[in-house]
Design a protein around this ligand. Structure first.
Ligand code: GLU
Length: 485
């Protein structure tokens, strides 16, 4: 690429970091990395009513957690700052007046009520609402007396028929210029409108490529006309297909979480797994690879492998990717990652080595870190909770009574839990000797139901060593008590 690659994410801080914005951030980040370019973070807070500092913070935190660091931006500065639009108002006013002086923009005194009426009339006539004010100078002067605070509008050139967006993902997209209304560039309160501030900033910040969601495609012809009016170079555009729910509707809260921090902090998806999954939403590697680090993704990322149709947000796939990353972590590392999700459990009852054993024997089926909350429950507390189904189906019968009595009187006293091997021998002694006239499965289910409240779970011998004889005794006795309950 001949010119320096400079790309930006330009979020509006009107909500927490959404998966769609995170995916746009990722593609910008990867594109910049691939070409040794610069990734810029610009905060578009022109909507003063809805913008909040807490959302800016949430967006920054989320992007950083995903590893999508930027080189220039609101918080880190850079040579093209400030990078927050509310700190750039003077620039917008200056450039808006430049258009006014060139005769390419005009003050519009039409009141919001008049605009509403025009909009309603267009709707009633089933016509698109295209507002263009072509009043002559006298009529305009008369309107100016109304005392209404005017907005400044960019006059869409009347001699342009078509605006073509050369999109790097979807090819040339043509727009009929006659369907574009004159664009508000300064609102009646003096604040800059999105399409205008965006163009001024992208030009001044020397943005080379604009990668953003397809929902912005209708803005692009308007922005191109603004670049042309100033005589500025138009950056390259790439509009990414939207992220869709499995029913192909727009992904929204009704399909579950859409805020990135919920996925990581509440569900327990690993950030590195989540970002890997996001990369596969609308992009695919040239080969079969699916599990890729950010560096590897950056190496492989090109726009020609980005799809223009919507990408389905497939939770099964996310779970699979997360599972791959979970199993690739060491026990020590995974323990640290799990800790915040099991804060209700008193981990101090175990040594570091024992905690890593718990991780070791529960790691395989773990899909999300939060699953540990359920999977680890029986390692904590003296007794264990058993659900009614387990009690009724496994424990409330004569066989279970016999087996539990046998375990308490003949098995437990001689059970040696000093090592994994002796614990394994203990399990064998129970199934092959003491209770050999019962099916192994029945014996194991009874023992597991008594000790863990479940019939399946982590490696039994290790579980015995972790629970220790005292707790085993408590649980066998409480299980026996439920037989006739
Ligand atoms: N502030 C816009 C948004 O959050 C940015 C659009 C753009 O990338 O130009 O959707």
């Amino acid at each position: 690429m001949s010119t320096a690659v400079r790309v930006r994410l330009a979020p509006s801080p009107t909500g927490n970091l959404h998966v769609g914005t995170a995916r746009t951030a990722l593609f910008n980040y990867l594109f910049a990395q691939h070409f040794n370019g610069t990734f810029i973070l610009r905060v578009e807070d022109t909507d003063k009513e809805r913008s909040e500092a807490q959302y800016t913070q949430n967006i920054f935190d989320g992007l950083k957690a995903l590893g999508l660091n930027w080189q220039e931006g609101s918080d880190v500065g850079g040579s093209f700052g400030p990078y927050t639009q509310s700190e750039r108002e003077d620039l917008y006013t200056k450039y808006a007046h430049e258009l006014l002086e060139k005769g390419l923009a005009y003050w519009d005194y039409t009141s919001p009520e008049e605009l509403d009426a025009l909009r309603e009339r267009a709707t009633a006539q089933k016509k698109p609402f295209i507002y263009r004010n072509d009043l002559d100078a006298d009529a305009q002067a008369e309107k100016a007396k109304s005392g209404i605070a005017p907005s400044l509008r960019f006059r869409i050139p009347r001699d342009v028929d078509t605006v073509t967006v050369h999109d790097l993902v979807r090819g040339d997209v043509e727009f009929d210029a006659s369907l574009i209304g004159d664009l508000v560039i300064l609102k009646s309160d003096g604040g800059a409108a999105y399409n205008f501030a965006c163009v001024v900033d992208d030009h001044l910040m020397q943005i080379s490529h604009i990668l953003r969601g397809e929902d912005h495609l209708p803005n692009t012809p308007k922005q191109i006309l603004l670049y042309n009016a100033f005589g500025w170079d138009v950056p390259a555009f790439a509009h990414l297909g939207m992220i869709l729910a499995p029913d192909r509707s727009k992904l929204s809260k009704r399909h579950g979480a859409t805020a990135v921090d919920t996925f990581m902090n509440e569900d327990g998806y690993l950030p590195e797994a989540f970002v890997n999954f996001l990369a596969l939403l609308g992009w695919s590697a040239p080969g079969e690879e699916e599990i890729m680090s950010l560096d590897r993704l950056a190496e492989l990322f090109t726009l020609d492998r980005v799809g223009h149709s919507g990408a389905i947000f497939d939770r099964e796939k996310l779970n699979w990717v997360n599972g791959q990353y979970i199993r690739a972590l060491s026990e020590t590392e995974l323990l640290e990652r799990i800790k915040p999700f099991v804060a209700d459990y008193d981990l101090s009852v175990y040594t570091q080595e024992q905690l890593e054993q718990i991780v070791h024997i529960t790691k395989e089926p773990l899909v999300k870190l939060t699953d540990a909350r359920h999977d680890w429950r029986y390692f904590f507390g003296d007794d264990v909770e058993r659900n009614t189904q387990i009690v009724e189906e496994v424990l409330q019968n004569e066989t279970a009574q016999t087996l539990l009595e046998l375990m308490i009187s003949a098995w437990l006293p001689d059970l040696d839990l000093s090592s994994l091997e002796t614990a394994q021998a203990g399990v064998k002694r129970l199934t092959k000797e003491l209770a050999s006239d019962h099916k192994t499965k029945t014996v194991m289910w009874t023992l597991r139901a008594a000790l863990t409240g479940r019939v399946q779970g982590a490696d039994l011998a290790t579980t015995l060593t972790l629970l220790g004889k005292e707790r085993i005794a408590v649980r066998l006795k409480s299980a026996l008590a439920t037989v006739h309950a």
